[in-house]
Ligand binder design. Structure first.
Ligand code: BMA
Length: 334
């Protein structure tokens, strides 16, 4: 990719002039770099939290709001609202979100975790891993981060990493997911599905699977809401390697066709970021970076990635869209 082609990489979406940001350290050449004061959310940010990680932030009313995975000191996994002036310092509600249900059957949940949030048409949709006779993808929405309505479970168990697209594709809502099992699934491919109404999901298509002998050789799953660019959908995802000391979760990226997002046009062979800092290597589950959200600003090309670290705390990392797309294209092996 020439300098000129690189400069022409553009994010498609609304401006976010107040995106949290810190320039790349001068001694670094990393395409994704960490915020210097990570972790931004400690494990004990609420009175009864054991850990706060794998969480989702969005722009809201000129500030920021989000849905956070909070595991409490009973080690129950649940979702809490958070608010922030700057996207870095967060106030996390001490109590979990109370969902409104049309069907009381849906209230029979065991746990909720790994949320994603997206502004889509007229409201914020939340997806998460919902325990309903095993993990599946719960879908809900909010207009104001005060009232939350549960829509449906998108699929039969077992499924995880449900990630909506920020707009309709082919006149349908669109979502990635990762069919799984009841436990710490030792396999996992990313699939794409469409729905006319957020309730009935079909037209399932395979997107991509793990790659042997790589950082992503065991399983992969979509991360933040995909970012629309003039070069395709930029998908940041997690990939897992099985080491002799257990799973290692890293972050990678791929580009997908804008109209047929199940078609992978480029996929970076190296990871973008792997667990290397102490707070990523030491915690309740060591060696995990798990991205769940990305803010972006088309005017500056800035991207801010929120990720869970060691299943314990939340970190922030940054990238420039042109460099990231360039990295994916020049290191690609589909
Ligand atoms: C996955 C999910 C994530 C977690 C990861 C590492 O299966 O449970 O929430 O971050 O394992 O423990």
């Amino acid at each position: 990719m020439s300098e000129m082609a690189r400069a022409s990489v553009k994010i498609i979406g609304d401006s976010l002039p107040n995106i949290p940001w810190q320039d790349r350290p001068i001694d670094s050449s990393d395409v994704v770099w960490r915020y210097g004061h990570n972790p931004i959310i400690p494990r004990n940010a609420t009175p009864t939290s054991n850990s706060i990680f794998n969480s989702a932030a969005v722009a809201f009313n000129g500030k920021f709001a989000g849905v956070f995975r909070v595991d409490d000191t009973c080690r129950l996994m649940n979702l809490h609202v958070g608010h922030s002036e700057d996207g870095i310092q967060w106030d996390i509600a001490p109590e979990p979100i109370e969902w409104k249900f049309d069907d009381p059957e849906l209230a029979r949940m065991v746990h909720r975790y790994d949320p994603r949030v997206v502004w889509l048409e007229d409201r914020y949709y939340v997806t998460w891993c919902n325990g309903y006779h095993g993990p599946t993808i719960g879908i809900g929405y909010t207009y104001n981060f005060e009232e939350f309505t549960f829509v449906e479970n998108a699929y039969l168990p077992y499924n995880r990493n449900g990630v909506l697209f920020p707009r309709k594709i082919n006149a349908n809502f669109a979502m990635f997911s990762r069919p799984s099992d009841t436990g710490h699934t030792p396999f996992g491919d990313i699939f794409y599905s469409e729905s006319p109404d957020m309730i009935y999901w079909g037209k399932h298509r395979f997107v991509m699977g793990p790659k042997s002998w790589r950082w992503e050789s065991t399983k992969i799953g979509a991360g933040p809401i995909p970012i629309e660019t003039n070069e395709g959908w930029l998908l940041i995802y997690h990939g897992v390697l099985t080491s002799c000391n257990g799973y290692v979760y890293s972050m990678g990226a791929a580009l997908l066709d804008l109209d047929q997002p199940w078609k992978v046009t480029h996929r970076a062979s190296p990871y973008l970021m792997s667990p290397q800092m102490t707070y990523e290597c030491v915690g309740d589950v060591p060696n995990v970076v798990f991205p769940c959200a990305a803010l972006h600003d088309p005017d500056t090309g800035r991207i801010a990635i929120y990720y869970g670290a060691a299943d314990t705390v939340t970190g922030l990392a940054f990238a420039h869209v042109d460099e990231l797309v360039h990295f994916v294209k020049t290191n690609s092996e589909v």
